[in-house]
Design a protein around this ligand. Structure first.
Ligand code: GDP
Length: 425
């Protein structure tokens, strides 16, 4: 398979985990390029359900090499927990899981500050952080005070921990939050460093060498395009670039070595946490999508906000990421809807808008312009070939793809691996 970037096209939770799992057979190396353990991929394989926050789901496939790239912020304690969980299932990550020495580490004080910060924000200012320290860690990275995975191998690592705990405690005090004990933190991270040492590598070099040797690479993003720090609904976004550009900066693989981009997109819309969502359904239809789609966060269990498919978002996402192929997911969740609405454009102050506005004030005044299509009212999850889908279901999917551009490569009609219809991907 050619070198591929895979991104979420909406607000995350598009079902990337399952699509990656299906594409993994065709690649040699899978690398995560941004985010942290605030994202959760859920994969169901051979009847077992695995929730992975940091490690690429490729680890569930024997012989595949998995990389946590430099763009990821990595909580070493979460990583240890995940490695241990996998060992519990008789999966041995050693020798095929590598963490970039340049990846920044989420430390306990970043988490403490994240939680204290969000608690101090007024209800309308809350950004919906998962409180896992991701934001403060990216802040530290950009402020040039971060700790990188490679620092665990340095003689000064524990002095830097003491220094950082003292600084964090001063901040936590002002925020009325509990301070941390420096000795305890040194002990915790000494143990972590010993455990993780064999997994640390210069993964940019590994990728370049693998590419040169003709191996194929899948670069996978977490979250989604609309949560991108630059192109998402700022400030209700994540602290990194989940879009295709982030795949190269987040792994070190040259943009010239990328062959194609796959966008994962749900057949409707969801979003977790605060921020604008033009097609949101705050009624029984929205509740139905939430229940049938199991739309509750993999990490926090928070109910996701649900709405109709937004083609303005899809088009924007296609443009920003340069999507070649779509992997459309969760079509089956719409099986019981008699009528489906598709947002084809927005209306704002009497004008029709076809492109996604950057200004949230404008966006908040945007009303979706809907087109309606009849539902197919039959079960799609047993269908194994695209041509066997109800005509109305195909018409819906094809209309969505026509509106957003790109080509359909995969259609997913259920959570299990087998419920994946392949169309050229
Ligand atoms: P990710 O972060 O993009 O991987 O998304 P999540 O793992 O948070 O959410 C995807 C959820 O949807 C998981 O529970 C999957 O098992 C499930 N899922 C994926 N594809 C489909 C599908 O086509 N139909 C249904 N019903 N569920 C799906």
């Amino acid at each position: 398979m050619p070198n591929t970037i895979l991104v979420g096209a909406q607000w995350g939770d598009e079902g990337k985990g399952k699509v990656i799992d299906v594409l993994t057979n065709q690649v040699d190396i899978i690398a995560r390029f941004q985010g942290g353990s605030n994202a959760g991929h859920t994969v169901i394989a051979e009847g077992k359900k695995y929730v992975l926050h940091l490690i690429p789901s490729g680890i569930l496939h024997e012989g595949k090499v998995c990389i946590i790239g430099n763009g990821v912020v990595m909580n070493p304690l979460d990583l240890i927990e995940e490695i241990s969980m996998l060992r519990g299932y008789a999966i041995v990550p050693a020798g095929r899981l590598f963490v970039s020495c340049r990846s920044h580490m989420v430390m306990n004080w970043h988490r403490a500050i994240d939680k204290a910060d969000e608690a101090l924000r007024s209800a309308e200012k809350k950004i919906g952080t998962t409180g896992r320290g991701i934001g403060p860690t990216y802040c530290a990275k950009v402020s040039r005070t971060g700790l990188r995975v490679g620092d665990m191998l340095s003689a000064t690592f524990f002095d830097r921990i003491r220094e950082q705990v003292a600084e964090a405690n001063a901040r936590l005090k002002v925020m009325n939050a509990e301070p941390l004990d420096a000795d305890e933190q040194v002990r915790i991270y000494k143990e972590a460093a010993d455990f993780l040492r064999p997994y640390i590598a210069d993964t940019a070099v590994m990728l370049a060498e693998a590419d040169k040797a003709g191996k194929s690479i899948l670069l996978e993003g977490a979250q989604g395009t609309m949560l991108d720090i630059d192109f998402g609904t700022y400030p209700f976004v994540t602290s990194s670039n989940p879009t295709a550009g982030g795949a190269c900066t987040g792994t070190g693989l040259s943009p010239r070595r990328i062959d194609r981009v796959v966008g994962v997109i749900k057949a409707y819309t969801t979003r977790v946490g605060a921020g604008p969502l033009p097609t949101e359904l705050e009624d029984a239809i929205g509740e139905g999508l939430r229940q049938r789609g199991g739309e509750f966060g993999a990490t926090t269990g928070r109910p996701r906000r649900c709405g109709w498919f937004d083609a303005v978002v899809g088009r924007y996402s296609c443009m920003i990421n340069g999507v070649d192929f779509w992997a459309m997911t969760k079509l089956d969740v719409l099986d019981a809807e008699p009528v489906l609405k598709i947002c084809v454009a927005y209306e704002c102050d009497g004008k029709r808008i076809e492109t996604f506005p950057s200004d949230l004030d404008i966006l908040s005044r945007c009303k979706p312009i809907y087109e309606e299509m009849p539902g197919w009212l039959s079960e799609t999850s047993k269908v194994t070939h695209y041509e066997d889908l109800p005509v109305k279901a195909r018409a819906y999917v094809e209309r969505l793809v026509h509106l957003i551009g790109g080509r359909l490569g995969v259609l997913s009609v259920g959570p299990a691996r087998e419920t994946t219809l392949r169309l050229g991907l």
